[in-house]
Design a binder for this molecule. Sequence first.
Ligand SMILES: [Zn+2]
Ligand SMILES: [Zn+2]
Length: 355
Amino acid sequence: MKALVFNGPKNIQYESFDDPIITNNRNLILKVEKCSICGSDLHMYHGDVIGTKLDYSQPMPKFCTGHETIGEVVEVGSGVSKHMIGDRLVIAGGKGCGQCKRCLRGEINLCEQSGLGGDVGAYGIMPGLNGGHAEYLEVHFADISAVKIPGGVSDEQAILLTDALATGYYGVKMANVKPGDSVAVIGQGPVGLMAAEAALAVGASRVYCIDPDEARRNLSAHFGGIPLSPAEAIERIREDTNGIGIDAVIEAVGVGPTLKQAVRLLRWGGSLCVLGILQKGTELPLQIMQAKSLNFHAGIAGVVNLWEELIPLVQGGRIQGKGVFTHEFSLADGAEAFRLFDAHEDGVIKVMMTL
Ligand SMILES: [Zn+2]
Ligand SMILES: [Zn+2]
């Protein structure tokens, strides 16, 4: 088959790769129809690190990239009971062991095998667990990690359910956003935009959408967000909250300056959820966080366990994800899609790749 293959930093190529085969009878093979690039894929593209194990500046065996994929089932293992050939599926972005308590609850991200080595983790970010920027993808433990594309959900929305929307919604949950709350979302890439739309969907009274890129932050105004530049955010939010500060911040960047700003914006006793993938050495103002008695969470969305709440919100039109996909490529032009997405060229927010 053909696939986008990681050959090292800034070197993802469309090339031939072995067809996947079913390696466990609980797995299935998906013929990929559409896929997208995640902001976290750029860490690999830049030669950064993810977690404690993956350092992309070092040589490693080739693998297919991508964890945001939808497609049609073309082969099922004998142990798969929920899916049949011909079904169109949304996948969760990763693979757990498939049998621990947390995997069975859909919290694949909290699999008890995580961090113990092996191939547990997101698709397409490490050798041995090939991703869905490919003509075919082996979906692991498909009964717990994939769902049929529900009625009333567009292909674009289905792709958002694989990761960006689930992650944004996870931020809303972990930052304890309640009806009437004021919320700031720092970083208006796809995940930040989806977090802002989800915060409004669950009843936030005001959602400030902060990004230095004017075009990016202005997109949030389409669904009721309040676009702010980083420079104007502190003063505007202080004014609007009578000097008290904001109830919740969802941080979707993961670097020192934005984390510091998040802590400054929060009211005493407020909540911060960090969704941005943190790099080694990133500093948090812990003393201020303690003095302000902040609730703090940093994590990776479980995806599957959020679908039950999220899918009806999408079907009911409460979350639409409009305007997130700005560019379309064929998978064969995936190297260019990566380049443009990384360069923030041409007003890109998110790219759709079709096969
Ligand atoms: Zn992702
Ligand atoms: Zn597990």
